[in-house]
Design a protein around this ligand. Structure first.
Ligand code: DGL
Length: 273
């Protein structure tokens, strides 16, 4: 059986990549809903309809679990999808606000995400629950999704965009940056260059993969996992089984598959930052 992982676009590969490293014996289906990317600037009704279509696809493709590798889709649709598709476990990524607040040692926490995630009740409630000292600020960065989908990861335009968006914050007062959109991991090197050294970056992909592992283990459906931090990417990357889809169409084109391999190599570098 398969593990289905999806996002609006290439952002969800952040989570797929982490899952491949920790669960190298599983078979994965990765679905990028490229016909509808971006999700983060659409209405919650539109995104819910897209997510429903993807989960129906996963349910028809022998998936033992589905991972919503999109903070925006989790925020607007996870609960509804769990009751609609009760036969299949659905795990959703969320901004890692709780560990960030716990680790910030009283310094401020900046959560960056899509406009829809920032405006959803789910994130507001999460912040209310864990942010007793009112340390958390929320910032929308929809431009990064567009840069990522264009494959523009490091450029003067990316730097100028981030510099401008971050300019209103006294960054020396911050201890944590929460990457609350899976597309943002592709830009960790630029964030690193712009942020003061004391700011630590955190995202929800490792926590979500660990949650997926717990869910599968409880159902006795988890195949043998890797030790510790996971397998060495270079020596295992060609042996892990993944089928890639763009909005329901399997990707078989050699040039597109080569691009996907390059994205994984970038994500491996970003994962270590
Ligand atoms: N990658 C997605 C997220 O984690 C959404 C990006 C988008 O489509 O706007 O929120």
């Amino acid at each position: 059986m398969n593990i289905g992982i999806f996002d609006s676009g290439i952002g969800g590969m952040t989570l797929l990549h982490q899952a491949m490293v920790l669960m190298p014996r599983e078979n994965f289906i990765f679905y990028a809903d490229t016909d509808h990317v971006p999700y983060g600037t659409k209405s919650r009704e539109q995104v819910t309809a897209y997510v429903d279509e993807v989960i129906r696809f996963m349910a028809g493709h022998d998936c033992k679990a589905v991972v919503i590798a999109c903070n925006t889709a989790t925020a607007v649709a996870a609960e509804r999808m769990r009751s609609r598709y009760s036969q299949i476990p659905i795990v959703g990524i969320e901004p890692a606000v709780k560990p960030a607040v716990a680790e910030s040692e009283g310094k401020r926490v900046l959560v960056v995400a899509t406009p829809l995630t920032v405006h959803e009740k789910r994130l507001r409630k999460l912040v209310e629950r864990v942010d007793d000292e009112h340390l958390v600020d929320l910032l929308e960065l929809p431009g990064l999704v567009e840069f990522a989908e264009r494959g523009e990861f490091v450029s003067d335009n990316v730097t100028a965009y981030l510099r401008e968006r971050l300019s209103g914050y006294a960054l020396d007062r911050y201890g944590e940056l929460v990457l609350g959109c899976t597309h943002f991991n592709y830009f960790k090197d630029t964030f690193r260059a712009l942020l003061p050294l004391q700011i630590h970056m955190i995202d929800g992909s490792l926590g979500t993969v660990r949650q997926l592992m717990r869910v599968l283990a409880a159902r006795h459906e988890l195949l043998e996992t890797a030790e510790g931090e996971g397998v060495d990417w270079e020596s295992h990357k060609n042996d892990i089984c993944v089928r890639y889809y763009e909005s329901g169409r399997e990707i078989t084109d050699a040039a597109k598959l080569a691009r996907i391999r390059r994205l994984h190599d970038r994500l491996e570098t970003m994962r270590k930052l």
